[in-house]
Design a protein around this ligand. Structure first.
Ligand SMILES: [Zn+2]
Length: 420
């Protein structure tokens, strides 16, 4: 079912096949309010005296006294077969089969796979199973860039299956689809709608810090959930260790090479973005000499433009992109298309972006904006292609941090576990 605000009812009328059912939008247990849509308990007061949920207000206001409408849709549209012609490596096939087994038994599953292991392809069998059983499948990620990267691959792999892509800014609800690819926020609009929920990059901000999104994903499904991550959050690791969650572990990239291990260069970072450490230009020159593109990650949105300009002044074909950049999608596409060689960006591109033959530089890697999981993910942008598995990764840092130590440790442990 869809789950919508009263003001949204007209929009979904065309998809509705029966009278929508209203439920109170806010629960009141002896004065303690909780939001029925997102499960959270932080409320603010309007001038009228009504209270509204702060956690999910970005998707329209849920107020006390209001109702949510649960809208039944027509049956699940007929799905087509898997149209993907590739083959899984033996390790991928084994992990994919483990996921299928868990889901068939109604169990949640954590697929813990290094960056570049080919996670998406490993999901195809379990998605095909669910679709063949007449279920709806949601593939969600907290990150919009990941959704944009996943959507074309899934639509190619399930070419005959009605699919909808949902994220902020796109019209919704779209079609009555068997396969939905969406940001996790969009799950606030569904109630027990999916038979299989797949959450990619489950550790990515804002999912890990936003319990409302975890709640929304649980509410949107009445079947098992598959969690995917290269750097799973502690709670999932614990649940897996205790056996509460099935797990498969894939420490090897699909091309069988190890993860590139970052090199740490001590540089002066205090004067950034104005005073740029010379080491950055040396790293970029080295990448260019080896005919590699380069991703330069910076901790602060305000650094992006001045650093891209400084790189151009040094003779590099550089551009910048950040989260609120209106040209974000176009710039990333131009980088994929080889229009320029150096992309300066923030951690928005730490995931879901695959650029073959690409060096990675993390500038001011000691900053708090770069936790260990982000450092692992950014390093994971390098060496993705079988033809260039040893792309260099540099952390340029003013000093060594615990997060850097953890990131190096995780990468080395994965490389050891992945030894044939
Ligand atoms: Zn809410």
């Amino acid at each position: 079912m869809l789950q919508v605000l009263e003001s949204e009812l007209a929009r979904v009328a065309a998809l509705s096949v029966a009278q929508p059912t209203p439920v109170p939008a806010v629960k009141n247990a002896r004065g303690r309010l909780s939001c029925v849509r997102c499960g959270q308990t932080a409320f603010a007061t309007l001038p009228s005296g009504a209270r509204y949920c702060l956690s999910c207000v970005g998707m329209g206001r849920v107020t006390t006294g209001a109702r949510l409408w649960r809208v039944p849709l027509a049956g699940v549209p007929q799905a087509g077969p898997l149209t993907w012609a590739g083959t899984l490596t033996p390790a991928q096939a084994q992990a994919a089969a483990a996921v299928q087994t868990s889901v068939a038994a109604g169990r949640d599953h954590l697929l813990w796979a290094v960056t570049g292991a080919g996670k998406t392809e490993m999901l195809f069998p379990v998605i095909a199973d669910a679709l063949a059983a007449g279920q709806r499948v949601a593939v969600v990620s907290p990150r919009i860039d990941v959704v944009r990267e996943l959507a074309p691959r899934l639509s190619a792999a399930f070419a005959g299956t009605p699919m909808t892509v949902l994220y902020g800014g796109l019209p919704w609800p779209g079609e009555n689809a068997a396969l939905v690819v969406a940001t996790s926020h969009q799950m606030l609009r569904f109630y027990r709608h999916f038979g299989l929920m797949i959450i990619d990059e489950v550790d990515a901000f804002p999912f890990s810090q936003t319990p409302a999104l975890a709640y929304a994903c649980r509410q949107a499904t009445d079947g098992p959930t598959v969690y995917l991550s290269a750097t799973p959050p502690t709670n999932l690791r614990r649940q897996a260790a205790r056996g509460q969650l099935a797990r498969s572990f894939l420490p090897r990239r699909f091309h069988q090479h190890s993860l590139p291990v970052p090199r740490i260069l001590r540089v002066a970072t205090a004067g950034l973005p104005g005073r740029v450490p010379q080491a950055l230009w040396r790293c970029l020159a080295q990448a260019r000499a080896a005919d590699r593109r380069a991703l330069v990650f910076v901790p602060d949105t305000r650094w992006v433009a001045p650093l891209a300009a400084a790189a151009r002044a040094q003779g590099f074909a550089a551009r910048g992109v950040h989260a609120s950049d209106p040209a974000r999608e176009a710039t990333v596409q131009a980088f994929r298309d080889h229009t320029f060689a150096v992309l300066v960006t923030t951690s928005i591109l730490e995931r879901g972006v695959t650029i073959p033959r690409c060096a990675v530089i993390v500038l001011a890697a000691e900053r708090a904006q770069f936790p260990a999981s982000a450092l692992v993910q950014m390093a994971g942008r390098a060496g993705r292609a079988a033809a260039s598995p040893n792309d260099p990764v540099w952390y340029l840092a003013g000093h060594f941090t615990w997060a850097m130590a953890q990131a190096l440790h995780e990468i080395r442990v994965m490389n050891r576990r992945g030894q044939p």
